[in-house]
Design a protein around this ligand. Structure first.
Ligand code: ZN
Length: 81
């Protein structure tokens, strides 16, 4: 069980973030006491229930994974990267 917090309402006009485990769009973020605020990652409610804090990627890892997937998606769509 990973502690999470919902993104504040005033930010809901922004696109949802991809859960660090299943990549579903979510407005839920981790709230891990051992991490500073800027190091939390998006994590949906479902994954928060089934994963452990130790399994949560660091923000750098999460960003990198998202970037790689983004690049791969564009490559498949035939866009030059
Ligand atoms: Zn998830």
């Amino acid at each position: 069980m990973i502690p999470t917090v919902q993104e504040p309402k005033k930010l809901t006009e922004f696109p949802m973030d991809a859960c660090c485990f299943c990549r579903a769009g979510t407005r839920s973020w981790t709230k891990i006491a051992a991490r500073p605020l800027g190091e939390q990652v998006a994590c949906c409610q479902g994954c928060a229930k089934t994963h452990k804090v130790a399994e949560v990627p660091s923000k750098d890892e999460w960003f990198k994974a998202e970037r790689d997937r983004d690049r791969e998606r564009r490559r498949r769509a035939g866009v030059r990267v």
